[in-house]
Design a protein around this ligand. Structure first.
Ligand code: UDP
Length: 236
């Protein structure tokens, strides 16, 4: 049984690097693609927002002397490279996939047009939203929230390297406790570090449920759409 029929899957760029600090891991790309196929086979409509942290982040760039807007633009371009890499991996499984970008690049990818994105989904194509929101000072979490609302997704599913939301950073604290459910307000006020506040606020205002789960564990995307208890759910 499917709990969610149309999902916005936010995949962090960082996860694409796998064990490396930078670039792509072929194993991760293949694992994501295989998991997406599994869910696509169940006729779930899948839209993906891909991050860029495995290549460049504007905020990190500023510490190295790159001005913020330039750095953010570089970050957005990184998401387009990731989008193409992911498209390529998914197409190896014979699934029609379209990359739609918020930063115009007509030779490379379609421009983001909301109605076209929805049409692709209805036709069973996997849609990858690249280029973030097209604006600096945002993150791809915000693009995820925005696109989830624009396509009327049932859920914003954030697939990362950690298996949910913890009260403390689980990488640094052995006694960190995982939440099964958390409210938007708690996630914002306790600064739980799952998503930036802009993305959380947008979801809260528009009642878009969020699930945070480990997408690197094979089979988890399917478990998530079938409503199995994995990760952490953020709700009202
Ligand atoms: N970015 C941006 N506007 C957006 C989305 C992304 O300027 O709407 C830039 C920003 O510099 C960000 C980078 O692109 O740091 C890569 O995205 P993100 O850090 O969200 O990637 P992830 O954490 O998912 O790997």
């Amino acid at each position: 049984m499917l709990k969610y029929k149309r999902i916005l899957l936010k995949l962090s760029g960082e996860a694409l690097a796998g064990k490396k600090e930078f670039g792509f891991s072929d194993e991760v790309l293949e694992s994501f693609a295989r998991q997406i196929k599994e869910v696509h086979d169940k006729r779930v409509e899948i839209a993906i927002v891909i991050g860029g942290g495995n290549i460049f982040r504007g905020a990190t760039g500023t510490s190295k002397g790159v001005d913020r807007v330039t750095g953010d633009t570089m970050g957005m371009l990184a998401t387009i490279m990731n989008g193409l890499a992911l498209q390529n991996a998914i197409e190896h499984f014979d699934i029609p996939t379209r990359v739609l970008t918020a930063v115009q690049m007509p030779q490379v990818a379609e421009p983001f047009i909301r109605r076209r994105a929805i049409r692709h989904l209805e036709k069973g194509r996997v849609v990858i939203f690249a280029g973030g929101t097209g604006n600096p000072y945002f993150t791809t979490d915000s693009s995820g929230a925005l696109r989830a609302l624009e396509i009327n997704a049932d859920i914003l599913a954030k697939g990362t390297k950690v298996d949910g939301i913890y009260d403390k950073d689980p990488m640094k604290n052995k006694n960190a406790v995982k939440y099964e459910t958390v409210t938007y307000d708690e996630a914002i006020s306790k600064n739980l570090g799952v998503m930036d506040t802009a993305a959380l606020s947008l979801c809260k205002e528009n009642k878009m449920p969020i699930i945070v789960f480990n997408a690197l564990e094979e089979g988890n995307i399917l478990k998530m759409v079938e409503g199995e208890k994995i990760g952490t759910l953020v709700v009202d």
